[in-house]
Design a binder for this molecule. Structure first.
Ligand code: SF4
Ligand code: SF4
Length: 299
């Protein structure tokens, strides 16, 4: 019988809040999970989880135009009409800069020699891997790619397929920082979102923007204040601000320099040093999450 799979996305308003270390720690504490690293512009969960790549594939992000030099007579019409300045002339030859081309297709329509074709641009990579905590799906966008939201959607789709296959209870999504297209793509349709923040003025500002974005997609939101003891005054302000907005703080995590050492060692925090008190905070948060979100009891 198929089990319900609960998808939990872990996001932050900006980079460097400790989101990936927290995701890895939850992965170490969980059972029957599938992991999806949707931080496709700077995927780094695999650096901690060190998975074995089972297979990888290129992922087309869109179409780009390409000129066949044998058919081009050099009329220059494509260059005159491309409003993205993607057509260049090098040593008398017309060519298309694939990084600038938006794939609008205008040049293909206007070329009198039918010398321009659209080609699928396979610049992104998708990795299917297995780590010590379960399957991990992740991706990397190619240089100058802007379509990372689509790659995120594909990673989540593959993670769901894998979760059905292995009958996982939870999909843990390590989302990208910020509120851009890949972040939106990471939260739409997920069962809950964990927003990780730090006790700084800018952290609070970024968190508010993130919450506004998440709310548009009706996900349940829980906040973790990481390194809360670095500024207890701001931590309190964040808690009060969230209370006013009826957003629950699911837990606080103290600053611990061992987190960096765990990262460098390629280990999750619980694996690195079991006795660290920070593990107690992480375990409490994870158990609360299971109780609140996951329909099947895991641990
Ligand atoms: S419109 Fe066609 S023929 Fe003219 S320069 Fe461009 S590719 Fe060459
Ligand atoms: S497809 Fe559009 S953006 Fe790309 S080169 Fe042609 S006109 Fe420019």
């Amino acid at each position: 019988m198929e089990r319900d799979t609960t998808e939990i996305a872990i996001l932050s308003g900006k980079g460097g809040t400790g989101k990936t270390s927290i995701t890895a720690a939850f992965a170490a504490m969980a059972k029957d999970i599938v992991l999806a690293d949707c931080d496709v512009d700077a995927a780094d969960l695999h650096l901690i989880l060190q998975p074995v790549i089972l297979y990888e594939e290129s992922y087309a992000s869109g179409v780009k135009a390409a000129i066949n030099p044998d058919q081009c007579t050099g009329c220059g019409l494509c260059m005159d009409l491309c409003r993205f300045d993607a057509v260049e002339r090098i040593n008398g030859q017309y060519a298309i800069d694939k990084f600038a081309c938006e794939g609008c297709g205008l040049c293909i329509m206007v070329c009198p020699e039918n010398a321009i074709k659209s080609t699928l641009y396979q610049n992104n990579r998708l990795y299917f891997s297995q780590c010590r905590f379960g399957p991990l799906i992740y991706g990397k966008v190619g240089i100058a790619e802007e379509n990372s939201g689509r790659l995120v959607a594909r990673i989540r789709e593959e993670a769901k397929k894998k979760a059905r296959e292995v009958q996982a209870n939870v999909i843990l999504v390590d989302g990208p920082p910020g509120i851009g297209c890949p972040a939106i793509s990471s939260v739409t349709g997920s069962d809950a979102v964990i927003a990780v923040t730090e006790p700084t003025k800018s952290g609070w500002h970024d968190l508010l923007r993130l919450i506004e974005m998440i709310k548009r997609f009706h996900s349940r939101i829980y906040v973790i204040v990481n390194k809360y003891d670095l500024n207890k005054k701001i931590t309190k302000e964040i808690e009060e601000g969230l209370k006013e907005r009826k957003i629950p703080v699911i837990g606080q995590i103290p600053y611990d320099e061992q987190v960096i050492h765990a990262l460098i060692a390629g280990k999750s925090i619980p694996e690195y040093r079991k006795e660290l008190s920070i593990n107690h905070n992480l375990r409490t948060i994870w158990n609360k999450l299971l109780k609140k979100i996951v329909p099947v009891k895991l641990n």
